[in-house]
Ligand binder design. Sequence first.
Ligand code: FES
Length: 190
Amino acid sequence: MAKQKRVSDLKRRKRKTVKPDQGKRNFLTVFSAFIGSIIGIAIAFPVIGFIFHPLIKKTVYGGSDFINIAKSKAIKPGIPKKVVISSFKVDGWNRYDNIILGAAWLIKQENGEIVAKSSICPHLGCGIDWDAGEGQFVCPCHKSIFDIDGKVVSGPAPRPMDSLDIKIEDGDVFVKHRKLRLATHKVIEV
Ligand code: FES
């Protein structure tokens, strides 16, 4: 009987001494799991963001800013110069450079000022050419004719050639690309 009591006392004492360690172990287990979860989320978040990036991000075109398209000294008075407007496009994960957005006619006036006109015919969108012999712009599709300032001389074009914003910095010519509605008298951005 006394032996049994001693054994049970011993067990009780053992339980008492084990309990604090067990609690500490439980705490450490929970704490490790918590830290592990935080690290897991921290790693997963950018990965998930990267996977879903094309769905979240809009396609961005560089054409909304001024684009460097020519050297001002390359434009002679009375001789319009056609230049390509190109920029970059960011679509999902990809960046594409030198995307052609359109073209512009650069015209140096008598006072040295340079103006930029869209090469897109405001009638139905064909490309406008310069007829050096006649000294006027011509649209080959339906024969709209514009003078050197872009005003309509004849043909179905409902408005003059569209002007583009322009700036000159350190001899470089910058223009802003525009997308405009066709076949309207008013200039409407699209
Ligand atoms: S598209 Fe230019 S005149 Fe019709």
